[in-house]
Design a protein around this ligand. Structure first.
Ligand code: ZN
Length: 242
């Protein structure tokens, strides 16, 4: 089975469109979405509509879904994220909000555990930014593999002789006796210095998880953010990938 796993689209239609075109060439059996379809970008309607057409087998809720739905205290967000959450909430229809409500916080199925931020109380949306953060979630992990998003930084952590180690390689070979946390990065607002959209292909026969990147029309996405009256930083950071 080949899985396409992606996260943090954040209302960036140009990035989502480019990634969807890349998915079409990947021979995918299942799609898994790890949260934050909205927030930051200017096209929440188009991104939600496309996600509904794609019908991923699993839809995980991100902090932006929870923010828009009023399930997360606004103190959680910085000023830019809060502005984006408020802007998005005012724009969405009841039907769109009901769709976001159907996303789950956490999923454990077969070899896979799926969550937006971390396994430590998924509803608190903590960040796994380094090996110390990964250590706690790896200890809580009950399946061989966990896929996450949230930091917008693609990469992987695994336990090696009881110690959490990070790997920067794009292709991760899954070894039978190890546990892994793999971050799919972000489709619509990468923050790892590479501005291209990010996603992961997991192949459970080949035992590999590969982080892939695709270029998209950043200039158009930026223009739309400015035109929508969203904070200018949300546009400029796209070109820098941070
Ligand atoms: Zn996000």
């Amino acid at each position: 089975m080949r899985y396409c796993i992606f996260s943090d689209v954040h209302g960036n239609w140009e990035a989502f469109e480019a990634v969807m075109a890349a998915f079409a060439k990947e021979n995918i059996d299942q799609h898994i979405f790890l949260g934050d379809i909205v927030g930051y970008g200017a096209d929440p309607h188009a991104c939600i509509a496309e996600l509904r057409l794609l019908k991923p087998q699993v839809l995980i809720a991100g902090n932006h879904e929870w923010g828009v739905l009023g399930l997360l205290d606004m103190e959680y967000f910085n000023e830019y994220a809060e502005a984006a959450v408020e802007w998005t909430r005012n724009l969405l229809s009841k039907e769109e909000l009901d769709y976001l409500k159907s996303f789950r916080l956490f999923c454990e199925a077969g070899d896979l555990t799926l969550v937006h931020g971390s396994l430590e109380q998924p509803a608190r949306f903590k960040y796994i930014l380094d090996s110390d953060d990964a250590d706690l979630s790896l200890k809580l992990l009950r399946t061989p593999l966990c896929f996450i998003g949230h930091t917008h930084v693609a990469g992987a952590y695994f336990f090696d002789e009881g110690e959490a180690i990070s790997t920067k390689g794009a292709k991760i070979r899954i070894e039978a006796d190890k546990k892994y946390i793999i971050n799919a990065g972000s489709v619509g607002q990468p923050r790892d210095g590479d501005p291209r959209a990010s996603y992961v292909i997991y192949d459970d026969k080949e035992k590999t998880a590969e982080i892939k990147r695709v270029s998209y029309d950043i200039k158009t996405a930026q223009k739309k953010i400015i035109r929508a009256g969203l904070p200018a930083w949300l546009a400029s950071r796209l070109a820098e990938g941070r």
